[in-house]
Write a protein that binds this ligand. Structure first.
Ligand code: DGL
Length: 266
């Protein structure tokens, strides 16, 4: 079996990491569209076009499931991708993140840090209050974070000050903070040092959804889930490959090999 994962760059590696921890019988194709990052400052139509192109690439590479490892792309294009690619399940990160946040929060006040686009759509508020209207959700768009993480985040006082400004834009009585951009788990340590309460990384529950879908496919088709000695991961990166490798290796704690530039028409 094969899992297709994509993001606007390195952020989706936070989802890949959790998937690797939970699923040992499927290979992975990872697509990082760093040439077009950040998605969070683009408009919805453009993001949908980019996501459709990536979806086609993944389907051409015979994946069994598509994971939109990006909150912004999930907010902008989950429905469009589900409609276009009906032969495989398409999984986003927002519903898994929202249900985790509901389980974690005791006082029903949840904060979400995300890209400006995700914050503007108020999608976390919609999904969470659809699940349970008693919750209050506050979203803050953090325009500068994704590009800084793509370039390689420094854990400096200056950068922590910026994080502090974003976090302090949320009410002080929230008891749960959702990392509503898949890039943010890469700087989780710094966020944790400033927000001492519960932090939710939607990647965890997203990986469970992927496992669930693959189990369903296996039951339906009789395909075996044979444990692999080593999972093969091919990375396709539209932007700077060396930058992707260095940021990715630092986060994953392992060598990132098999990195290619996808062939795309101009
Ligand atoms: N990792 C993406 C997300 O979860 C970042 C989007 C961007 O490129 O701005 O939203």
């Amino acid at each position: 079996m094969k899992i297709g994962i994509f993001d606007s760059g390195v952020g989706g590696l936070s989802v890949l990491k959790k998937i690797k921890e939970k699923i040992n019988f499927a290979d992975i194709i990872y697509y990082g569209d760093s040439l077009n990052a950040p998605y969070g400052s683009k408009n919805i139509k453009d993001i949908q076009q980019l996501c459709l192109k990536i979806g086609e690439f993944l389907i051409d590479n015979r994946v069994d499931v598509i994971v939109i490892a990006c909150n912004t792309a999930t907010a902008a294009a989950l429905d469009v991708l589900k409609e276009r690619f009906t032969s495989v399940p398409v999984i986003g990160v927002i519903t898994p993140g929202a249900s985790m946040a509901i389980k974690q929060s005791k006082n029903k006040k949840i904060g979400v840090l995300s890209t400006p686009l995700t914050a503007n759509t108020k999608i976390y508020e919609k999904v969470i209050t659809d699940l349970n209207p008693k919750y209050q959700v506050y979203q803050k768009g953090c325009e500068l974070l994704c590009p800084m993480i793509e370039r390689g985040w420094e854990s400096s006082e200056k950068n922590k000050e910026l994080l502090k400004q974003y976090i302090s834009a949320l009410p002080t009585d929230i008891d749960t903070l959702v990392l509503g951009c898949t890039h943010y788990p890469l700087i989780r340590g710094d966020i944790e040092s400033l927000f001492g309460k519960k932090i939710v990384d939607p990647a965890e529950e997203t990986a469970m959804s992927v496992l669930f879908e693959l189990n369903k496919i296996s039951l339906k088709t009789g395909r075996k889930k044979s444990r692999k000695q080593k999972i093969n991961i091919d990375y396709f990166v539209t932007g700077d490959i060396e930058k992707f490798k260095s940021v990715g290796e630092k986060f994953l704690g392992e060598e990132v090999v098999n990195v290619y530039q996808p062939i795309t028409e101009s």
